[in-house]
Design a protein around this ligand. Structure first.
Ligand SMILES: Cc1cc2nc3c(=O)[nH]c(=O)nc-3n(C[C@H](O)[C@H](O)[C@H](O)COP(=O)(O)OP(=O)(O)OC[C@H]3O[C@@H](n4cnc5c(N)ncnc54)[C@H](O)[C@@H]3O)c2cc1C
Length: 411
């Protein structure tokens, strides 16, 4: 029995590992020359080092992602991005505060808007969101003052990658409930010690290959052959892969990649993509950055998160659609202005940088998608397929595991 998996992003890698561990033959077909998809690392000649396409953070409550890391032997490659208190600053007023992320959920969460009332407000925010399915984050929580501005809005924008005026409160409520209620360190952010290739992608490829799985690069799926309501073969650049009894094809692709591929009888998903910008600045030798926390949140600037790693300061802007038409140099100048304010660095000259504009960083599909559709032997995975969670590493890994588990009950 062979499982073909199209796409070697984290959803495809999680599906491949789960299927291989269950004893299935596995072939992963990736269109690009490297694995990781939207979680990829590459050598950047300007900075002279391997960088990620964007800073990726997982939280202590992300059980699927952290469990996957444990299984591939990458657990130590993601490290706490804040030691207890996650620092924030207001780029306009200079005010600073922190959020206790080491403690047990929301009980010890708030220093942002201290006092029992803030805790109660946060708990109520979760309940309000769940009770008002149609409400946006801004409508449901906007009245919460400092709690909203200093925590809920930055958290919502980062996790959901869309403005709070458009983000469904029910989805954030679920994230708050799962993450904040998930025990000690549930909200603690972790990021890659070095890069995503070393944390997730390399170890996952190694684990799949150690179980006899094969990964083929530059091998896109170009069509799906069907007979009635069953898939008969996947057509890849490397050739036709027939789907015999017990075989299956898992489509671990983005909705835009799927759009041209779905066989007759399968409606293509209608989706909304959202952008993220990440600018990496060379800050070797800047003690202010070396001493900073690995992760710092900020409000009232273009920058939203600073991630300080060895010699590089990475600045993230989520929900960045409106910046996509701006020139890279303009974006770098604006973000360096924010960075120099935050870390008291000289405003000029701007150090060497690399700006990555990801126009389609995440996708939203109302109500979720898959893992099964109308056509048998076809399964769907991908961070965007979850109805319960935003398009994230957690959702991608969970979706891959979910699709692979369907192999045990073929339709
Ligand atoms: C800049 C940025 C920052 C982010 N920050 C975070 C964060 O902090 N925390 C977090 O949890 N999430 C974050 N995300 C989201 C996260 O990266 C995604 O949710 C996750 O990587 C999705 O994985 P996936 O496997 O579903 O999709 P993808 O990673 O997109 O994988 C799809 C794969 O399919 C391949 N492919 C396409 N067409 C074909 C074809 N025809 N045949 C074969 N293969 C094909 C692609 O090359 C790709 O490798 C961020 C995303 C970006 C872009």
């Amino acid at each position: 029995m062979t499982v073909h998996i199209a796409g070697a992003g984290l959803a495809g890698l999680a599906a491949a590992l789960t299927a291989a561990r269950a004893g299935h033959g596995v072939v992963v077909h990736e269109a690009a020359g490297l694995a990781g998809g939207r979680c990829r690392s590459f050598f950047d000649p300007t900075l002279g080092r391997v960088i990620d396409n964007g800073t990726h953070v997982v939280l202590g409550a992300n059980r699927a992602a952290l469990g996957f890391l444990g299984r591939i032997g990458g657990a130590d490659a993601m490290v706490p991005a804040a030691s207890g208190n996650l620092p924030f600053l207001d780029l306009e007023s200079g005010a600073t505060w922190s959020v206790d992320v080491a403690g047990r959920g929301i009980r010890t969460l708030m220093k942002a808007a201290p006092g029992a009332k803030a805790l109660l407000d946060l708990a109520m925010a979760g309940i309000t969101g769940l009770m008002r399915p149609g409400a946006t984050v801004a409508a449901a929580y906007g009245h919460l003052g400092a709690l909203y501005e200093r925590l809920i809005e930055p958290l919502s924008t980062a996790v959901m990658n869309c403005p709070p005026e458009e983000a469904p409160a029910s989805l954030l409520a679920r994230v708050i409930a799962i993450r904040a209620g998930g025990g000690r360190g549930a909200l603690a952010p972790l990021d890659a010690r070095t890069n995503l290739a070393e944390a997730f992608v390399g170890p996952a490829l190694g684990a799949i290959e150690a179980l006899g799985g094969e990964v083929r690069f530059h091998d896109p799926l170009t069509a799906i052959e069907t007979a009635g309501k069953a898939a008969r073969a996947g057509i890849f650049r490397s050739g036709r892969a027939p789907l015999g009894p017990g075989d299956a094809l898992i489509l671990a692709l983005t909705p835009w990649a799927l759009a041209g591929l779905q066989p007759r009888g399968e409606e293509p998903p209608s989706y909304r993509a959202r952008a993220i910008i990440c600018a990496h600045f060379a800050t070797e030798g800047a003690p202010e950055v070396r001493q900073a926390a690995r992760l710092t949140g900020c409000i009232n600037g273009m920058a939203q998160w600073f991630a300080a790693t060895d010699g590089v300061l990475s600045v993230t802007v989520s929900a960045a659609d409106r910046w996509m038409t701006h020139e890279v140099d303009d974006i770098a100048a604006r973000l360096w202005r924010d960075a120099s304010t935050a870390f008291h660095l000289p405003g000029a000259p701007i150090p060497a940088y690399r700006v990555i504009k990801e126009r389609r960083a995440t996708a939203e599909v109302a109500g979720g998608f898959g893992p099964r559709g109308e056509i048998s032997k076809l399964l769907f995975a991908g961070g965007w397929t979850s109805a319960r969670y935003p398009d994230t590493i957690e959702a991608a890994v969970a979706s891959g595991i979910r699709a692979a588990r369907c192999l045990e009950t073929p339709n």
